[in-house]
Design a protein around this ligand. Structure first.
Ligand SMILES: [Zn+2]
Ligand SMILES: [Zn+2]
Length: 306
């Protein structure tokens, strides 16, 4: 096959034009002066790729990798700085660089084998249920209340699924992998069996899609911001660090690292992800303080019975 033939075929096979991304951006900008800079970048990306499934797939996968490793990196650096040791919850257990590298390798393999196909399937599924990709973007208040609802629903899903995973046979078959680290660190957030990634992941990805199927009102950008925030939440909860300025000091129902670290240390209790209310109401809080409270309650009951 001649070189010319090959390029002709390639140009046919590749959906996007031979134009560069920034040329597309200039064209989009010229004809869409009413759009803001970010909206133009977004529109040019879809025009440049020329295939919505590919455009969303590439963007979603890159975003996930960037946020996951980008957010884990500061925690890895903090682990190497002795000053921060006093804020480490289980401060005798700083992960070594070798341990973190081992974990990163497994997480990467899982991202490429388990998560990539699912991320790829996301767009056709989203399209089927009517997720919007259009510009202009939805108003901020709408994105905010939808994300708040996703946080509450995901936390509920997480609580029950995670609690179920601690049932003996399921724990041995699935959840044990995630508990390999009794003193967690950021990178270990997605260190888990593929079955766990899929079933807990439903809370993050499936719930918004169900929401969209019912309300017919969800933009993919809202979904992206939600997933970025949820990734931050999961990585920070595994960081193993508790600071005087940690969010739960200001929002007492926010779980944070203090909540999930005890779960990894004690293996029982503190099953929810973002908030503390499920563990509080259903009396599954972990840690010395919670067991003391439980003991006192039992004693009071016993005294009453006498
Ligand atoms: Zn667990
Ligand atoms: Zn965990």
């Amino acid at each position: 096959m001649s070189y010319l033939n090959a390029t002709a075929i390639l140009e046919h096979a590749l959906p996007h034009t031979s134009d560069t991304y920034w040329n597309q951006f200039d064209t989009v900008s010229k004809y869409n002066v009413h759009l803001n800079y970010f909206e133009r970048l977004w529109m040019a990306w879809y025009a440049y790729i020329g295939n919505d499934v590919l455009a969303t797939g590439i963007m979603s996968f890159m975003m996930h990798e960037l946020v996951y490793f980008g957010r884990s990196l500061p925690w890895m650096i903090i682990d190497r700085i002795p000053y921060f040791n006093k804020y480490k919850i289980q401060n005798q257990k700083i992960p070594t660089a070798a341990e973190q590298w081992q974990c990163a390798k497994l997480v990467l393999i899982s991202h490429f084998t388990v998560e990539l196909p699912q991320i790829w399937l996301f767009h056709p599924m989203a399209q089927f249920f009517g997720l919007g990709t259009e510009v202009p973007f939805p108003p901020v208040y709408k994105m905010a209340y939808q994300i708040a609802i996703f946080f509450v629903l995901e936390d509920t899903w997480h609580y029950w699924m995670h609690r179920a995973f601690h049932w003996g046979p399921l724990y041995k078959a699935v959840h044990k992998i995630h508990h390999q680290y009794s003193a967690p660190f950021g990178l270990a957030a997605e260190y888990a069996s593929p079955i766990e990634v899929m079933s807990l992941g439903f809370g993050t990805v499936g719930i918004p899609i169900v929401w969209c199927a019912i309300t017919k009102d969800l933009h993919i950008l809202t979904m992206y911001i939600w997933i970025v925030l949820r990734l931050f939440q999961a990585i920070d909860a595994h960081s193993g660090y508790e600071f005087p300025w940690s969010l739960h000091h200001f929002l007492p129902f926010w779980a944070g690292a203090e909540h999930h670290d005890v779960h990894h240390e004690k293996f029982i209790g503190n099953y929810s992800s973002s908030f503390r209310w499920w563990d509080y109401v259903l009396d599954t809080e972990a840690g010395a303080e919670a067991s003391k409270r439980r003991r006192e309650k039992k004693l009071a009951k016993a005294r009453k019975a006498q």
